[in-house]
Design a protein around this ligand. Structure first.
Ligand SMILES: Cc1cc2nc3c(=O)[nH]c(=O)nc-3n(C[C@H](O)[C@H](O)[C@H](O)COP(=O)(O)OP(=O)(O)OC[C@H]3O[C@@H](n4cnc5c(N)ncnc54)[C@H](O)[C@@H]3O)c2cc1C
Length: 459
């Protein structure tokens, strides 16, 4: 029997989840910085601000509880991907994008080190990221991807043939893989909860069950009162569309996951998955997976990508057909797992800007700032964004504030029904392209997928 929803497997199995919520806001108040959203972006920002300037009065307003969003539901890849790097290279030059990439590489270590300093046990294991190709077309993309990453200074990335790939993780039909050491497996909820506790220790004021209905210059408005502050930082990622005036900003894209029951050691031997590298693939509708600390496989990817009108969340419940397709994907990767119990399934939303570029912005005139649009790569980049927001708020010009994703602006998404139709058509095209490439063994990417990439603004 699969538990569907309940926020996420990470949350449902968290023994401290019954902790009473932090008190909501109870009337008007003031702060030096008010942060909307208690996920990685908001909490890392509060953490770094308070560490740099202990006297600063920092308040975080969270609509439900810290970790309610993607930060408490994700696949736990702490890795060096960043949405929009290639576009930033086109806009600002290769060197600027290279600086951004190096900063994200370093961020993986920064998160691991800071978690250790703060005593946050988030099941972190640095096994790198293995991305596999399972068709000739995926292999062509894998090689192009590998070459591009080397061009961005990843001299420690390795390309593996079918035999070496199977030695690393026994994925059925794998014909090659690319591995980077810039990645670690984490327990996402443990990280966000530990971070919230670290913020509290530093004196950050956290209000849970406090939805912000409107953000305006120098104030965040809630049903329980208004917090006035010179700086108001929006860290609401996939939920941003629900805020007044932001309906067509970042598109809330769903991603869904399932997790197996603990897998016995004898099966792990057959799976050849020993060093806990996180696992991804080169399909257009890509998957991502991790071996959890308690020996399950958590795998995510294909599902219903977007709900009409930018509707966001229902506490993580996903569609039965998504559970079925993720289960089929799991057994296609690992046939030995046929019949393995799927204990939990859930979904969450991530923020997708119209040009698929993550960004950090602070408007000095209004004091309004925001960070996000990470698409599927926010676990590490939210930390980099937070340190950047810190420097921007403190008025310091640093290596971070001159990175090319700072103060990047993008146009809004199309109104409905075009937004919904566009996303449906896009993902239908990716599904068809994956099916075609698998069935025909073509060595090249299907033109349909290239067209979809161009129209969507994804590449
Ligand atoms: C299923 C899934 C798998 C993913 N896997 C990975 C992965 O493996 N690796 C990776 O790098 N990235 C992954 N991501 C993306 C990553 O999790 C996110 O980019 C990251 O967590 C974003 O953090 P955030 O703090 O910006 O947003 P969130 O974690 O979504 O936090 C936003 C917070 O703001 C709160 N909020 C929203 N609106 C309001 C309001 N009006 N008032 C008050 N509070 C509000 C929400 O309740 C939420 O707690 C995944 C995402 C999903 C959904």
């Amino acid at each position: 029997m699969t538990i569907n929803g309940g926020i996420s497997f990470w949350y449902a199995t968290d023994l401290t989840a019954t902790r009473p919520p932090r008190p909501p806001l109870t009337g008007d108040t003031t702060a030096d910085v008010v942060i909307v959203g208690g996920g990685y972006t908001g909490l890392w920002t509060a953490y770094y601000l308070k560490t740099a300037a202990p006297d600063l009065r920092v308040t975080v307003l969270e609509q439900k509880f810290c970790g309610y969003g993607a930060s408490g539901r994700n696949g736990g890849w702490l890795y060096n991907g960043i949405a929009g790097r290639d576009r930033y290279a086109a806009l600002h030059g290769h060197q600027a994008a290279l600086r951004l990439q190096r900063a994200v590489n370093d961020t993986v270590t920064e998160v691991i080190d800071t978690a250790a300093e703060e005593g946050i046990d988030a099941d972190i294991h640095r096994g790198g990221v293995l991305e596999v190709a399972r068709t000739p077309a995926q292999l062509s993309r894998l090689k192009a991807f590998h070459a591009a990453e080397l061009g961005f200074g990843e001299s420690d990335r390795e390309l593996f043939d079918a035999t070496e790939t199977h030695r690393r993780i026994g994925v059925a039909d794998a014909v090659g893989s690319s591995w980077t050491p810039h990645g670690a497996r984490i327990h996402p909820l443990k990280l966000v909860k530990g971070l919230a506790a670290a913020c509290e220790r530093l004196g950050v004021v956290l209000h849970e069950n406090t939805p912000v209905t409107e953000i305006a210059p120098r104030r965040a408005i809630t049903p329980y009162g208004t917090v006035r502050a010179p700086y108001v930082l929006r860290c609401t990622e996939g939920f941003t569309a629900a805020l007044k005036g932001h309906k067509r900003a970042w598109l809330p894209m769903n991603s869904s996951m399932i997790v197996t029951a603990p897998i016995p050691e004898s099966t792990w031997e057959a799976l050849n998955w020993s060093d806990a590298a996180t696992l991804g693939d080169m399909a257009h509708a890509y998957m991502y997976a991790q071996r959890t600390a308690d020996d399950r496989i958590a795998i995510g990817g294909r599902g219903v990508p977007y709900r009409y009108g930018s509707r966001t969340d229902n506490d993580g419940t996903t569609q039965e057909r998504t559970i079925a397709s993720l289960t089929a994907l799991l057994t296609s990767f690992f046939p030995v797992l046929a019949g393995t119990e799927i204990t939990h399934a859930w979904s969450g939303v991530l923020g997708v800007p119209r040009d698929w570029c993550a960004t950090v912005t602070l408007d000095a005139a209004t004091g309004l700032g925001w960070a996000g649009g990470y698409v599927g790569s926010g676990v590490a980049t939210s930390n980099l964004a937070a340190r950047t927001l810190r420097d921007l708020v403190l008025g310091e010009r640093t290596d971070l504030t001159t990175l090319p994703w700072v103060n990047h602006r993008v146009r809004r998404w199309e109104p409905e029904p075009f937004r919904w139709l566009g996303v449906q058509a896009l993902y239908a095209a990716y599904r068809e392209a994956d099916r075609h490439e698998t069935a025909t063994h073509t060595p090249t990417t299907t033109p349909l997928a290239r067209l979809a990439d161009r129209i969507s603004g994804r590449h």
